[in-house]
Design a protein around this ligand. Structure first.
Ligand SMILES: *[C@@H]1O[C@H](CO)[C@@H](O)[C@H](O)[C@H]1NC(C)=O
Ligand SMILES: *[C@@H]1O[C@H](CO)[C@@H](O)[C@H](O)[C@H]1NC(C)=O
Ligand SMILES: *[C@@H]1O[C@H](CO)[C@@H](O)[C@H](O)[C@H]1NC(C)=O
Ligand SMILES: *[C@@H]1O[C@H](CO)[C@@H](O)[C@H](O)[C@H]1NC(C)=O
Ligand SMILES: *[C@@H]1O[C@H](CO)[C@@H](O)[C@H](O)[C@H]1NC(C)=O
Ligand SMILES: *[C@@H]1O[C@H](CO)[C@@H](O)[C@H](O)[C@H]1NC(C)=O
Length: 930
């Protein structure tokens, strides 16, 4: 975990002060606004801000905040990245929960000595922050609204949650897991006795709390799932987890980021339920004052009481009935008509409720009086909000919600034992009502037992298969949940709003103008600026592509436990469907950088829909498409039918360049920070896995030597370089090593006679130095140019490195600009410069951004013309051209399963590179030349 290196106390300030204190330097007073409309409740938020180089020394700057209307705002600040000169590059900030909702906040960077007046410091103290008590047995966090206790051992992650007025409304919060050794259909014709079933609960082994917790406290709990029961375990502990709890001053919410890593055996470890369960004490509440609330569709809420007094044959009176419906305490029973109060023993109470969302299109709800009696159906609906409340009018209660509940189907919510002294809520991230989670390979290998056969199969299905590589061992999944604690049953309106906020947590963000001005995310993008008709056309096409993917996600139902956040790769025009079942064409796994396209598009526009699209990708790719355990740790998987099915394991998929904007804009999302650190491990994976083992020249032996790894600069080094740059910026535990390796690469790489045109060479993972490839030990100059090298973020990483490291050797930059120039140059020019041409290369439109980069850096107007020509006139299957239809066709009726909007002329390769090249060419060159 990234440790806070430099923290600043919370100060309050006022708008008037902010103005009078405005420093002269750029970006000293920064406005952040809500990504969407201002939320109805503010339960505390974290956000990130970039700062231009040289503006604010980390050890001489404090940060204060004000709202737009003079209200004091508590702010906690930490530094998430530094420029090499020690100035601040990125900060993370937390603001506390507040009753007032502000349209915007101003964050001011103050030099020390000018920071704050003592009166304002006093004012800050009276607001009260978070109180944290850390002892050997546990951690207690008091937000001023709730107190949560986190034990340091045992099964419970949260032992109790106390509401504002001191009621315990939640207890024994633990993780639950069910699994089985096989799937039922294996035993279709026989008895199922062969299948074994297990239940597990969390076992904690490490609990820590953030050191700087004035406004936000972060409790991190690590552990593993352990088989239940006292007898000898028949299943090993498995499914390690990291669960993070974020608590904010003056907030009644706990935000939870829940991560598991799959470390089972795909053939014998079927997850059949994965969840988090809280007990809710109810002993002091009458059955008719106990309430169940379950979020339905579009803000809808199911209103139920454990013992209903509405709809009965005899009427207790309107006040009694509406109070129960509203969730308030009923008038004393002695005031009710006796023909109701005297007969309550005949009115059944409802002990258990169960909502199951087994598809993105529908959910069911049912309830029962107790185990052993029949369930009763409650009408369900389409897409449940994913939040449930259990509690009482006087004892209070707990609401538990899962973000993207229906998008992560199969999910479910259980309310159990509501009619007993201790009820419970279980939020199932994987529903026990669904079929068990089957992560086995989807085919049996088809006899592909040699590289020759595997390569032949690649020719037809485009799948790169190899036995043993199609494994989910080491993939992960992260879910976001919220817990809300109440003194009494909240209004349905409030739960409705909280349901919405659970699924779209409020985000604070700086303007595109400001982010751009700092150059903290490179200089390869600009703000939209319609300077000509041709630019207007390109902008409208960018918008088309973004909306197309948003629409396809919905129409094609790219949702599910593993799948949410991914898109698909290729389109089958005959069946009017994406090639979800054809080898290498199915899940995209970030192929050719759609993530980078969407993030960059968001940065320049600030568009909320695009943020949400890119955010889901950031939460998917780094988890499900990447490995966190085992030999592949740090690598990802090439596109395929299952997220892990392809045998090409490379860092080009796991590269943190796809998550960098998300990481910093969220103030350093800690889980994403972990993912970035994992990519540093790819250097080790390189000598366990030879990425080009099937296509090596037979004369070249791959030596698994950490000092001489035979790597490609684009598909291998670039991903690690992105991780190194982040580590250097973050000053993480390995930052000096990361910096030194990057610098060594910038010195040694240009010594390869043909620079980047060499393609693959020997990398020394102990120090970052490069040496000529084994095919050219004398460094006479290899020419090996691949269309894939520059389509996984290498340009963007080198540009960000250049912005960061001002002393970058000119030889390195020249070598890179030569590559940028010559990739799209004529064969004659290539031959004249390198002695031979590069052969036939594809992805010219995508590479036009390299040409544009060279044109800009070398101030070459002719080259700018060539870049636009490559962009507009690629005329290959892997591009989008101005003459494409730029419209979708509705396919319906018996032609398709469900009506869809089709654009058969789009592939994700083309869309991703079109998007990135369009954005970068406009940024670097301005309008296309006619
Ligand atoms: C602000 O900067 C400008 C130009 O850099 C300089 O002329 C001016 O004196 C500065 N003002 C203050 C208050 O520092
Ligand atoms: C602040 O940081 C700068 C740059 O890292 C350093 O030169 C200076 O000595 C530091 N000052 C203090 C007071 O620590
Ligand atoms: C305090 O403010 C003054 C004037 O705004 C400025 O000249 C000075 O550098 C500031 N001091 C620090 C330590 O930032
Ligand atoms: C415990 O967690 C902290 C913070 O997440 C981490 O730094 C530390 O390495 C962990 N310790 C163990 C033994 O895993
Ligand atoms: C919650 O979101 C749904 C769907 O966007 C919307 O229809 C509803 O009005 C929202 N409810 C509240 C209370 O904001
Ligand atoms: C129930 O709620 C409605 C709407 O908020 C309110 O008008 C009514 O007075 C409430 N009734 C009782 C008995 O609390």
């Amino acid at each position: 975990m990234f440790n806070v290196i430099y923290g600043v106390l919370a100060f309050t300030t006022f708008a008037s002060h902010a103005t009078s204190q405005q420093l002269n330097s750029t970006g000293s007073d920064v406005t952040v606004k809500w990504l969407e409309k201002p939320p109805k409740y503010n339960n505390g938020v974290t956000f990130g801000l970039p700062w231009a180089r040289g503006q604010h020394l980390a050890n001489a700057t404090t940060f204060t905040a004000s709202s737009g209307n003079n209200d004091p705002v508590q702010l906690q600040t930490w530094v998430t990245a530094y420029w090499p000169d020690g100035s601040i590059k990125w900060t993370g900030h937390a603001v506390a929960g507040s009753e007032s909702i502000y349209e915007e906040y101003h964050v001011v960077a103050n030099g020390l000595g000018n920071a704050t007046s003592s009166s304002r410091e006093k004012r800050a103290a009276t607001l009260g922050g978070i109180r944290v008590r850390d002892s050997s047995s546990g951690i207690e966090v008091d937000t001023g609204k709730i107190v949560a206790s986190f034990p340091k051992s045992g099964a419970a992650l949260v032992s109790s949650i106390m509401s504002h007025s001191g009621k315990i409304v939640g207890e024994n919060g633990r993780l639950v897991l069910r699994s089985q050794s096989g799937a039922e259909d294996d035993d279709k014709n026989g008895s199922q006795s062969g299948i074994k079933y297990w239940t597990f609960s969390s076992k904690i082994y490490n609990v820590t709390v953030s050191t700087n917790s004035s406004v936000r406290a972060l409790v991190t709990v690590q552990g593993i799932h352990q088989e239940d029961g006292d007898s000898v375990a028949t299943h090993k502990d498995w499914l390690p987890f990291t669960v993070r709890f974020y608590l904010y001053a003056n907030s009644e919410a706990l935000r939870i980021v829940h991560t598991i890593v799959y470390d089972g055996d795909a053939k014998t470890d079927f997850i059949s339920g994965l969840g988090i369960k809280f007990d809710v004490p109810l002993s002091k509440e009458e059955l008719f004052n106990r309430h169940v609330r379950i979020a339905g569709v579009d803000g809808g809420i199911l209103h139920e009481a454990v013992q209903g007094i509405t709809g009965l044959r005899r009427d207790p009176g309107k006040d009694v009935r509406t109070a129960q419906y509203n969730g308030t305490q009923l008038p004393d029973k002695s005031t009710w008509p006796t023909n109701v109060s005297g007969k309550l023993q005949w009115v059944p109470s409802w002990n258990d409720y169960r909502l199951t969302q087994l598809s993105p299109d529908g959910f069911n709800i049912k309830k029962r009086t107790k185990a052993g009696q029949s369930w009763l159906k409650i009408p369900g609906g389409t897409r449940a909000g994913g939040l449930a409340y259990l509690g009482g009018a006087t004892v209070g209660g707990l609401a538990v919600g899962l973000r993207d509940f229906w998008k992560k189907y199969p999910t479910s919510l259980d309310i159990s034992d509501a009619a007993t002294n201790q009820g419970s809520i279980t939020l199932w991230l994987y529903s026990p009502s669904a079929e068990p989670l089957d992560v086995r390979p989807y085919h049996d290998g088809l006899g592909e037992d040699t590289y020759a056969k595997q390569l032949d199969a690649l020719e037809i299905t485009y799948e790169d298969y190899e036995d043993g590589y199609n494994t989910p061992y080491g993939v992960a999944r992260t879910n976001e949940l919220y817990i809300y604690a109440f003194d009494s049953t909240p209004s349905a309106d409030k739960l409705s709003v909280l349901t919405n906020q659970t699924s779209e947590p409020p985000v604070l963000i700086a303007t595109p103008e400001y982010i751009h001005s700092t150059r903290a995310l490179g200089s390869y993008w600009s703000l939209p600026n319609i300077t000509s008709d041709s630019v207007a056309t390109i902008e409208s096409h960018l918008d088309f592509v973004v909306k197309f993917y948003e629409n396809q996600i919905e129409q094609r139902r790219w949702y599910g436990f593993w799948d949410h956040g991914d898109i698909q790769h290729g389109y089958d025009e005959d069946r009017h469907t994406w090639k979800y079942d054809v080898g290498g064409y199915a899940w995209d796994n970030s192929e050719l950088s759609p993530d980078l396209f969407f993030w960059t598009f968001f940065l320049r526009t600030g568009r909320a829909d695009v943020y949400r699209l890119a955010e889901a990708q950031a939460r998917h790719g780094g988890e499900v498409d990447s490995y966190h355990l085992g030999n592949f740790t740090g690598l990802g998987t090439r596109h395929g039918v299952q997220h892990w099915s392809d045998s090409a394991k490379q860092v080009r998929i796991s590269t943190p360049v796809y998550r960098k904007a998300f990481y910093y804009l969220t103030g350093g999302d800690e889980r994403t920070g972990d993912l970035i650190h994992t990519v540093l491990e790819a250097e080790k994976a390189f000598y366990l896995v030879d990425a080009r083992r099937k296509v090596r020249d037979p004369g070249v032996v791959y030596h698994p030597d950490p000092k001489a790894l035979y790597l490609n600069f684009g598909t291998d080094w670039a991903g690690v370089a992105a991780a190194f740059l982040l580590e250097w910026e973050r000053r993480g535990p390995r930052w000096e090593e990361a910096r030194d390796k990057l610098i060594e690469t910038t010195k040694s790489f240009p010594k390869l006679k043909n620079g980047f045109v060499t393609g693959e060479a020997l990398y020394d993972s102990t120090n970052g130095a490069w040496a000529p490839p084994p095919t050219d030990p004398e460094n006479q100059g290899n020419v090996s140019v691949s269309h894939l090298s520059a389509v996984f973020g290498v340009l963007e990483t080198i540009d960000e490195l250049t912005e960061h490291y001002a002393e970058i050797p000119k030889a390195f930059t020249d070598a890179w600009l030569d590559y940028c120039y010559y990739y799209g140059a004529s064969k004659a020019e290539q031959k004249a410069r390198y002695g031979r041409d590069f052969g036939s290369l594809s992805l010219r439109q995508g590479h036009s951004r390299l040409t544009a980069y060279a044109a800009k850096k070398r101030n070459n107007a002719t080259l700018a013309g060539r870049a636009w020509n490559e962009f507009l006139n690629d005329n290959s299957p892997d591009e989008l051209s101005p003459t494409d239809p730029w419209t979708t066709v509705r396919i319906s009726g018996s032609q398709v399963l469900v009506p869809v909007d089709e654009a058969a002329w789009i592939t994700t390769n083309a869309a991703a590179l079109f998007g990135l090249a369009a954005i970068e060419n406009i940024a670097l060159l301005g309008a296309p030349r006619s």
